[in-house]
Design a protein around this ligand. Sequence first.
Ligand code: SAM
Ligand code: SF4
Length: 458
Amino acid sequence: MNPASDAKPLKGLFIRTYGCQMNVYDSERIRDVLKPLGYAPVESPEAADLVVVNTCHIREKATEKVYSELGQLKLMKQASGGRMTIAVAGCVAQAEGAEIIRRQPAVDLVLGPQAYHKLPEMIARASRAVGDRLETEFDTVEKFDALPKTRDPDGPTAFVSVQEGCDKFCTFCVVPYTRGAEMSRSVDDIVAEVRDLASKGVREVTLLGQNVNAFHGAAPRLEGGNDWALGQLVRHIAKVGGIERIRYTTSHPRDMDDDLIAAHGDTPAMMPFLHLPVQSGSDRILKSMNRGHTADHYRDIIARVRKARPDIALATDFIVGFPGESDADFEATMQLARDVGYAIAYSFKYSSRPGTPAAEMHGHVSEAVKDERLQALQALLREQQTGFNAQQIGKTLPVLVTGKGRNPGQLHGRSPYLQAVHFEGPDALIGSLVDVCVTGASLNSLTAELVRAREPAQ
Ligand code: SAM
Ligand code: SF4
């Protein structure tokens, strides 16, 4: 899967990734950018010449974790006699900038999410102890132009960034400030990346964006001109030889257009899974969050998606304890979760982020009440997730085999509904699609028996 590198791996690279799939993608691209300089991944930070901490700023806890990790890295750097270079990337880097170096002087470089293509230049400057140690410009187009055109995928699945940034300004969220304005990559650029991945054995791509369904990409050489939406992009990628599965995340209810919904029903490569964050079931709170949709608008989208693809697995994000959230507002959230029935959902206690409008609002909810509400919601969501997984028992499902399991002879893979599946089979099946019969289910995974290997689609 990974062709041998032309560059000699002279230096060890360790990347710690926090946060969303976008950061996972960015970390892979950081690795690609550094490969020509002779950096090769190592298993632990102690063995690394360069440690990159790719950070998340979404909740306060995530930010504090970064500073505690930087404290530990400082000790490792001292033990290495100062040989180790420490770089902080991602959204905390964007938001805090030079403050990071002030709080932790062992940090050598700070670069925002739109600047990691400049890392080689920054490392060179740092080694000569000249120039700036900080890069937090927003220049997304330049970044994608500057990134290596080929990638080394880790297996048969890969993330592909198609859109970045956000103009929605939900009142609780830092993303519009840390990732900048909405921007879409061109269709040609995306398809070239997908073709390269497919030629290296990737069968499933997940199209990524902070608001992935706000995608509006230029396609000057293709029918339809300059403004392709996500549905068109999905249909086009489905024609790339070798790509058998397409997913996308994360989408916003406001951008869920008819063509994208229809693609769930008429494009076989589109997987029956939709992550559509709702945040709250109360219209009053949704308005105060500036979400631009009501609970019923969301229910209506779900009904239309289910009509297009009746077996679709639904996922969402919830925030509990937003300022001003009453017991009745929280009950509306519980009701919405009961009405929809989720295959999986992520739920968070509201975390006040400096500089966002919600941080200045009245009616902040106590931690005790937030805890109580989160526990109640998570109990319901766990029940739904376990129930959804149990529904698969006895069914035969196509599974993309992603790797070896923990025990000899075991494999793991992904169901169409994004469930982890464990079963026994030969290693030669890794990277291919197989049919399995599901024999057991738990909260987080399915167990199954191999039925047959499938021929790859032509
Ligand atoms: N763009 C997506 C959307 O429209 O929902 C999600 C982006 S955000 C990286 C992922 C999730 O983090 C959000 O859906 C929200 O539930 C959660 N989140 C964002 N800001 C938060 C905050 N201040 N406190 C708690 N959770 C937050
Ligand atoms: Fe944040 Fe809202 Fe943008 Fe999602 S849509 S990234 S929650 S501001």
